[in-house]
Design a protein around this ligand. Structure first.
Ligand code: NOJ
Ligand code: CA
Length: 563
């Protein structure tokens, strides 16, 4: 009798778990995903380089911030030419970052706190030290001879065509053992794989399975639009001007976003579907909503979250331009979830791109509200929630990112946005105990750090925490339909998030350096209320009571219920 009772309790628990797991399979639709650059997040063993245990040590901070998932940039074995984006073993851990046991512990501790783990997956290229490439370069007849993109040069010893690397100069590297060139979209130490080869696909799909079995909730697919190049190797058409490395600019119609990529995205979707609730995020720098839509797949059978980089990297504070991108995301993506992103480890921090010096704090809040309140999934990059800014190296000798050395001084590289995370005002900003850290800590770490901002209820960190909490807990912000209002206003973006019961949250964002008076009538949007009840605003004194009389200070942002 007792055993039967225990068994039925057990069955109830199991089915409840399965139900919630099943219900949870679309968790990413709403997610706040936090990008961690492991080298710069936390250094647990005092060698000046961040590591996996350093991430585990800081999981409570991430839980408190309210993030749903962490995306870890590559921590696999690598010669570190491109700081991990040159992988020499897809199923291991670089000793600099720890061991597989450290990864398993990180996974377990994150899961305990309800935080999912997303791995970076670099499918476009490997390191030139990967055994696959070593074999491939050894002869023209070895079993992996066709795993990379090899071609004969022109008769005069010149490369096969005019393609240039994103990281400067010809994208072709001569290899004496084969008397041929191989193609590299990035550094020459990052040869491109040949995705027309079925064995390459199978090998890579198996690495995805390896990590999903370890419990990862999905992948951020690096350079995913670049998997294929024109099979006929046609020259790229030249564009105006030169790049930071002195090369003539080219359009990239034969090396980026080729239609064949969709076949691979469908297969990746099938592979991840073997495991429930996994997500595919794409690094998709695309120029139109139409191109972005294709990445979801005509039958929703490709990526769940291709990054919408158009909104976050607009790089000018223009209400009409942001409005048009929000509208595109609502109307042209066929109901798919946009993934908005303002910062990552490859671009200047948002304050460097949008700040005006005088209103940086208000602008950081404005963009935080723009990121967190529409119908979207949201990416944030470590330190964004603190208002960290870029600090570029002053001298070329100090530059760590190779493109910064090649392109100096026009291109200073990406060190500036990869500085150690500032945890407190102690030595090394609490990041490390080393005498020197791999990149210096920011000069402003005494004031811009987690501990200081945690103590201050008015800090940017406190603002982000509230936004993330509201986004989860407030029914309208979570589930409401997005309705743009006052759509001709040249300075202020206003929109509603409205649920079917008629309840609505109003968001108003002033994109100008002047105070703006906003007079809204929400009846045509199906909202009869006129009173406002504040949820959050960029300053304490911004607290309008009527939608018909709102005065927004320079770059002010307001979020409130309409009643
Ligand atoms: C995009 C990554 O974000 C960047 O850091 C890297 O250098 C390139 N892809 C090449 O993997
Ligand atoms: Ca370390």
């Amino acid at each position: 009798m007792r055993i039967a009772w225990v068994r039925s309790l057990f069955l109830i628990a199991v089915s409840a778990f399965c139900l919630s797991a099943a219900d949870d399979s679309n968790w990413w639709k709403h997610a706040v995903i936090y990008e961690i650059y492991p080298r710069s997040f936390g250094d647990s063993n005092g060698d000046g380089i961040g590591d996996l245990n350093g991430i585990t040590q800081h999981l409570d901070y991430l839980k408190e911030l309210g993030v749903d998932a962490i995306w870890l940039t590559p921590f696999y074995p690598s010669p570190q030419v491109d700081f991990g984006y040159d992988i020499s073993n897809y199923e291991g851990i670089d000793p600099q970052y720890g061991t597989m046991a450290d990864f398993d512990r990180l996974m377990a501790e994150a899961t305990k706190r309800g935080i999912r783990v997303i791995n970076d997956m670099v499918l476009n290229h490997t390191s030139d030290q990967h055994p696959w490439f070593k074999e491939s370069e050894s002869s023209r007849t070895n079993p992996k001879a066709d795993w990379y993109v090899w071609r004969d040069g022109k008769a005069n010893g010149q490369p096969p065509n005019n393609w240039i690397s994103i990281f400067g100069h010809s994208a072709w590297q001569y290899e004496a053992s084969r008397k041929q060139f191989y193609y590299h979209e990035f550094y020459k130490q990052q040869p491109d794989l040949n995705w027309r080869n079925q064995e390459v696909r199978k090998a890579m799909y198996d690495t995805l399975r390896f990590w999903m079995k370890k419990g990862v909730s999905g992948f951020r697919l690096d350079a995913i639009t670049m998997l294929f190049e024109d099979a006929d190797l046609r020259d790229e058409p030249y564009a105006q001007g030169t790049n930071a490395y002195g090369d003539r600019n080219v359009n990239t119609e034969f090396t980026d976003n080729l239609p064949e990529v969709h076949g691979v995205l469908k297969q990746l979707h099938e592979v991840t579907d073997e495991f429930p609730g996994r997500v595919l995020i794409g690094e998709t720098y695309l120029h139109t909503a139409e191109d972005l839509l294709k990445m979801y797949g005509t039958k929703n059978d490709e990526l769940q979250l291709p990054m919408d980089t158009q909104l976050g990297f607009l790089n000018k504070l223009s209400a009409p331009a942001f409005r048009s991108m929000l509208t595109d995301a609502e109307t042209k993506l066929h109901g798919n979830t946009p993934l908005f992103v303002f910062e990552n480890h490859d671009n200047k921090r948002l304050i460097d791109r949008y700040g005006d010096g005088a209103h940086n704090d208000a602008i950081a809040r404005l963009l935080a509200v723009l990121l967190m309140t529409p119908r979207d999934a949201a990416l944030i990059y470590e330190g964004q929630e603190l208002g960290v800014v870029d600090v570029d190296p002053k001298r070329v000798e100090d530059v760590k990112d190779p493109i910064g050395r090649l392109g100096w001084p026009k291109e200073k590289g990406r060190d500036g946005e990869r500085l150690p995370m500032p945890w407190n005002s102690d030595t090394d900003a609490g990041f490390s105990t080393a005498k020197t850290t791999w990149l210096p800590v920011s000069p402003d770490y005494k004031t811009v750090n987690v501990a200081a901002e945690d103590r201050n209820p008015h800090s940017l960190l406190a603002f982000y925490k509230t936004l993330i909490r509201l986004r989860k807990e407030d029914e309208q912000l979570r589930d409401g339909e997005f309705i743009g209002v006052d759509v001709d206003n040249p300075n202020v973006i206003s929109f509603l998030r409205k649920t079917s019961d008629g309840k609505a949250v109003l968001v108003s964002l002033n994109f100008s350096a002047a105070t703006q008076e906003v007079k809204l009538d929400l009846k045509s949007a199906g909202v009869s209320g006129t009173h406002l009840k504040k949820l959050l605003a960029s300053s304490d004194d911004l607290n309008p009571s009527e939608v018909s009389h709102m005065s927004l200070p320079p770059y002010g942002s307001y979020v409130g219920h309409v009643q």
